[in-house]
Design a protein around this ligand. Structure first.
Ligand code: PRP
Length: 181
């Protein structure tokens, strides 16, 4: 398929199922090696990360527990609103090795706010995994430990990521068509 419609926009192929699979495998291999002999608590940042996290945790072979929390910055548009709402359901992560799982890091606002919140809970460590990251859009220097792929400032959808709430169910990743940006 050369293009698809999601809500009111056209998107072109960006990353295939196989390419995504390779990225997830590479990240999982690194995590298993780096955390060998330890236990990990992954913190899945909803909604976008739910599919990436589901694939990633099934490839992690050390003891792992899963927590989820809801954060939202995009609203219904294609640019980050700059205001991040992190819900207050965050469990106590004290003494644990925490790994934040994100589908995509755009401005970094969500991540910075979350790390700040976690810091007050005294975790053993905090690491960050993101399938995609847009370094050119980061508002500040970010330490992202595991990144599947760094991408330009393109708006992408699929594999958990949405446009106006739609497209999360796509099993590959698509980029908004240039004539519509
Ligand atoms: C997206 C994405 C990240 C965040 C990244 O979530 O899943 O959590 O934005 O943007 P930032 O680096 O500029 O903060 P979104 O706010 O769209 O909510 P969603 O996951 O429910 O789609």
């Amino acid at each position: 398929m050369n293009s698809i419609r999601v809500h009111d926009r056209t998107f072109k192929p960006y990353l295939s199922k196989t390419e995504i699979d390779d990225l997830v495998n590479t990240i999982a291999r690194r995590i298993n090696k780096d955390f060998a002999g330890k236990e990990l608590t992954v913190l899945v940042v909803l909604k976008g990360a739910f599919i990436f996290a589901a694939d990633l945790v099934r490839r992690i072979d050390i003891p792992v527990t899963v927590e989820v929390l809801r954060a939202s910055s995009y609203g219904s548009g294609m640019t980050s609103s700059g205001t991040v709402v992190v819900d207050d359901s965050l469990v106590d992560v004290g003494e644990r090795h925490i790994m934040i799982i994100e589908d995509i890091i755009d401005t970094g606002t969500t991540l910075v706010q979350l790390i700040k919140q976690l810091g007050g809970m005294n975790p053993a460590s905090v690491t960050v995994t993101a399938l995609l990251s847009k370094p050119s859009k980061h508002h500040q220097e970010l330490n992202v430990d595991y990144v599947g792929k760094e991408i330009p400032a393109d708006f992408v959808v699929g594999y958990g990521m949405d446009y106006a709430g739609y497209g999360r169910n796509l099993d590959s990743i698509w980029v908004v068509s240039e004539d519509e940006e």
